[in-house]
Write a protein that binds this ligand. Sequence first.
Ligand code: ATP
Ligand code: MG
Length: 432
Amino acid sequence: MAKTETPRRIRGTQDIFGDEQRRFAHVLSTFERVRALYCFQRIDIPVFESTAVFARSLGETTDVVSKEMYTFEDRGGDSLTLRPEFTAGIARAYLTEGWQQFSPLKLTTSGPVFRYERPQKGRFRQFHQIDAEVIGAAEPAADVELLVLADQLLRELGVSEGVTLQLNTLGDAATRDAWREALVAHFEAHRGELSEDSLTRLEKNPMRILDSKDPRDRPIADSAPDIDAYLTDEARAFFEAVTAGLDAAGVAWERNARLVRGLDYYRHTAFEFVTDKLGAQGTVLAGGRYDGLIGSLGGPETAGVGWAAGVERLAMLLEEPAVERPLVAVIPKSADWNSRALEAVTLLRSAGFSCSMAFKGNLKRRGEIANKEAAVSKLFVGDPDGPGSALEMSFYNSSLSNAEQDELVNKVRDVLGDRFGWSMGSAGWNNP
Ligand code: ATP
Ligand code: MG
C-alpha cells in the first residue's frame, strides 16, 4: 500500500518557533508598549477584503496589484483578496464604519499580510507587519509624530544602529504634475535603455521608474531630475515643517531625492528606515502621506499618513532574543506529593510567578528538565531527607545574587507559608 504523503508547508510561509518566535513576539510587545506611549489606538481589520479595495487604492499598475496579490473567487462568486498591506483596509473601514466622527484618528494594527513574491531571506509570501496611521490630519505634525514613534520603536528594540531614516517629499498635486512632465521627458529620451517593466511604467506612472530595482533602469533613474525645482511654495513649506519637527525631536534623517513609494496614493512625505545589515531586503519600515487614498475609494477627500514595518525583518535585526525562563520550577519529589505540588504551583501562578510544573519522568529527569528550561529556581515538594523538612528551594545556575535569592525565597514564603504551615529560611524550607 502506498504510504500517505506528508503535507508540505506552502512555499514562502513560516512556522515560527523557539528563538525566532521569541524575537517575533518581542517586536510585537515592544510595538504595543510604544503605541500606548503615543496614545495610538489598536484596531483589527479583516484579513481579506473585496479585491476592489486594494486595486483601487493601491493602483492597478503597482507591483503589488499587478503581480503580488492573492486573489480568489469565493463560493458566492465574489472576488476577494488576502490583504497585501493594511492601509487600504483601514481606509475602507474608516469609510464603511463611519469612523469619520472620531477624526483625527491615531491607529495601529498588526498581523499577517500576503504577497506572491519570490521567497528569499527576509522575503516571504505570508509575512507580518506592524502598522501605524493617522487619518484626518493634514498637518505636518502628524507626519512628525509617526516618524518619532517609528524612531523610538527602533531604538527600544535596540536595532537603530546602522539604520537611517531616508526622507523625501513627493509634493502636492501641482508639484507632481510638473515633476511628472519633466520625468516623462527625461525617460522618453532614454526609452531604448529602459526595462520592459519601466516602459509600461512610463505610460502609467513614470515616477515608479525611480523605484526600479532593474540594473538597466538604475543609471537612467539616477540621472532623472529631482523634484526640488518643481515644488510649490506650499509643498516646500510642508516639507520644511516636517524636517523642523524631526530636528526638534532629535530624530536624525537624510534626504533621499530618489525615494518614491511604490503605491499611487502618496503625497508630500515619503520615507524609509533602511538598514545596511539585511542586504537587498534593507527596508525595515516605510511609509508616507496618502491624502489621495480615501478619495480614490469614493470617500470625501481625507488626509492620511502612515507606515508599515516588516516584523520578520525587525526580528532578524534583534541582538538577543528575550529568553523566557521559569522563575520557579515546581518539582514533586514523588507521586505522593503531586497534589501538594499542584496546590503550590497554582498559588504561585495566581500570585504572578512564572512557574513550570514537572510531570514527566523520575525525580532526576524532572531536575534535568528544569535545568533545560533554565529555571531560576527549583522548588522541590516532598521529603528531601526524610521526615523533618517537606519543601526545599534550590537555585539552578542562577544569575541571582545571594540577596536576590533570599528575596525570592521570602516572596515564595509569603505566598505559600500560611497555606503550607511551613516556614522557610534562606537556605530552604524547614518544617517547624
Ligand atoms: P520591498 O522593496 O522590500 O519589496 P516594499 O516597498 O514592497 O518592500 P512595503 O509595501 O513598504 O514594502 O511594506 C512595508 C515593509 O514590509 C517593508 O519595509 C518590509 O520591511 C516588509 N516587507 C515587504 N514585503 C515583504 C516580504 N515579502 N516579506 C517580508 N517582509 C516584507
Ligand atoms: Mg515589495
